[in-house]
Ligand binder design. Structure first.
Ligand SMILES: [Zn+2]
Length: 69
């Protein structure tokens, strides 16, 4: 449900948890549209790494996005 609301799925972004400093040696990698990745990454950062949700966290995660090809 609630998927493919837009047809522009050509560019996928990914974020690799290994590129962020962490004490957990987390190896999670998330890929999807920018919005999907950010949504899941925020949840993961909060639940998995104890970060506080907020503009700073989102900005940090956004800066870690890579384009997949
Ligand atoms: Zn992680």
């Amino acid at each position: 449900m609630a998927t493919s609301s837009s047809a522009t799925t050509s560019t996928r972004k990914s974020i690799d948890c290994r590129e962020f400093p962490s004490e957990k040696n987390c190896s999670l990698k998330i890929s999807g549209t920018e919005e999907e990745v950010l949504t899941v990454a925020v949840q993961h950062a909060v639940a998995g790494h104890g970060h506080a949700d907020g503009p700073e966290l989102r900005e940090m995660l956004r800066s870690g996005l890579r384009e997949e090809r």
